[in-house]
Design a protein around this ligand. Structure first.
Ligand code: ZN
Length: 70
């Protein structure tokens, strides 16, 4: 969906991108003062939502924080 700009459910290309960040309530907390921003892609046709990390470099931070805890 992020790369194709097409909804995987209904194949619509009407994709709305919502930026990540604390103001948008779209983030994963990794500490008291640190967080990873999460971009939301919403299909403007069927309402399907996908979450993406704003920066793929943050995957390592997710692994460090949550990798062994579940
Ligand atoms: Zn859709």
């Amino acid at each position: 969906m992020k790369r194709t700009k097409k909804c995987p459910k209904c194949k619509s290309s009407d994709i709305i991108e919502i930026p990540g960040g604390r103001k948008m309530y779209s983030f994963i907390p990794t500490g008291a003062f640190s967080a990873i921003n999460v971009i939301k892609l919403v299909c403007g046709n069927c309402g399907h939502i996908e979450d993406w990390l704003e920066d793929v470099k943050d995957i390592q931070k997710i692994k460090d924080k949550f990798g062994d805890s579940f």
